[in-house]
Write a protein that binds this ligand. Structure first.
Ligand code: ADP
Ligand code: MG
Length: 287
C-alpha cells in the first residue's frame, strides 16, 4: 500500500531565483525504509521539511495517506516522528527533562519508564540526569533520535540520523531503525552516507541539485548500473593481480589462461558499491 505520494514537487526558498526542488516524484510504500541519498545541498532536508508540513509554499502534490500535506491537521504530528539534521534541545534541561517535555506535547500518555528504556537503547542510560548543554554532538544526536521515537509513531522522518556518531553508536542506531521497520513502521531517511543507504534502505532515490536521478532497490541499482568485475591473483612470490569485467568470461582467453595458472592464488568477484553506482548515474560523487 502506498503511504506517501509525491508528484512533480517543486519548491523555491523565498527570495531565491533558482528552484531548490524540481519535479520531484516518488512513492513510499507502507512499511518500507525509503532512502534519500545525495550530496550536501542536494535538497534532502528541504524535501523532508515539506513532507512534515513545515515548508508549505510548494507546487505539485504531496499526499500522506491520501491527504494533501497542506490540508492535514495537528493529528498528523501524533502519527509521525521527526529527527531534524540539527538537534534542537533545551540546553538548560537534562536529557530526561527534555524527553518529558516533548512527551507532554502528545495526547498519548508516555510513561517515564518507557522514556528511560528509550534513552538506554540509544546509549544514554548513564546520562539521563545530565544537562544537555554538557552533551557532546553525538549525544545530542542520539537524544534527537530518541525523541523521534517517543510516541511510537507509524511514520519516521530521519535526517542524517547517524551524522557525527562513532561507528559503534552509528551501528546501534541503524539496528534500531531496522527494528522499527520490522515493527511495520514506514521510514523516510535522508543521508549522504552510501553505507547506510545500502545496508538499511529497501529503496533509495538518488538526488542531486534538487532532482531525483533514479529510484530503485540498492541491489538492483548495483546490478543494472554497476560494473562487476573479477580479480584474479596469482604468482609465486610477488603477487600479480588482474581485473576482468564479468562479461563473457568463459570466452576470455586471458582469463582462462590465468585461472589455469600454475600459481593461481585467489579469484574474487567484486560487486560495484552504491557510491560507484551513484557516480555512474549522476556524474557526481557523494561528498
Ligand atoms: P541537503 O539536505 O541535501 O544537504 P538542503 O535541502 O538543506 O540540502 O538544501 C538544498 C539547497 O537549498 C541548498 O542549496 C541550500 O543552500 C538551500 N537552502 C536550504 N535552506 C535554505 C533556506 N532556509 N533559505 C534559502 N536557501 C536554503
Ligand atoms: Mg540536509
Amino acid at each position: 500500500m502506498t503511504l506517501i505520494e509525491v508528484n512533480k514537487l517543486n519548491f523555491s526558498y523565498h527570495g531565491t531565483d533558482e528552484a531548490t526542488l524540481r519535479d520531484i516524484s516518488f512513492n513510499i510504500e507502507k512499511g518500507e525504509i525509503f532512502g534519500f541519498l545525495g550530496p550536501s545541498g542536494a535538497g534532502k532536508s528541504t524535501t523532508q521539511k515539506i513532507l512534515i508540513g513545515i515548508l508549505k509554499n510548494y507546487t505539485g502534490s504531496v499526499k500522506i495517506d491520501g491527504i494533501e500535506i497542506n490540508k492535514v491537521d495537528k493529528s498528523y504530528y501524533e502519527k509521525i516522528g521527526i529527527s531534524f539534521e540539527l538537534p534542537n534541545h533545551f540546553l538548560k534541561l537534562t536529557a530526561i527533562e527534555n524527553m518529558q517535555y516533548f512527551s507532554s506535547l502528545y495526547s498519548k500518555k508516555i510513561d517515564k519508564s518507557d522514556i528511560m528504556k528509550l534513552l538506554e537503547k540509544v546509549g544514554l542510560k548513564d546520562d539521563v540526569d545530565t544537562l544537555v548543554s554538557n552533551f557532546s554532538k553525538g549525544m545530542k544526536n542520539r537524544l534527537n533520535f530518541a525523541r523521534a521515537l517517543l510516541h511510537d509513531p507509524d511514520i519516521l522522518f530521519l535526517d542524517e540520523p547517524t551524522a557525527g556518531l562513532d561507528p559503534v553508536n552509528a551501528k546501534n542506531i541503524m539496528n534500531i531503525i531496522d527494528t522499527k521497520r520490522k515493527e511495520g513502521k514506514t521510514i523516510f531517511l535522508c543521508t549522504h552516507d552510501m553505507m547506510i543507504a545500502d545496508l538499511l534502505c529497501d529503496r533509495v532515490a538518488f538526488i542531486t541539485a534538487g532532482e531525483i536521478n533514479i529510484t530503485d532497490k540498492p541491489k538492483s541499482l548495483k546490478i543494472k548500473h554497476g560494473k562487476r568485475t573479477v580479480i584474479v591473483e596469482y604468482g609465486n612470490g610477488a603477487v600479480e593481480r588482474q581485473e576482468f569485467e564479468i562479461n563473457n568470461l568463459g570466452e576470455n582467453k586471458d582469463f582462462i589462461r590465468l585461472i589455469n595458472h600454475q600459481y593461481l592464488l585467489t579469484i574474487h568477484s567484486q560487486e560495484a558499491s552504491l557510491s560507484d553506482v551513484f557516480i555512474n548515474v549522476t556524474g557526481r560523487d557523494l561528498t
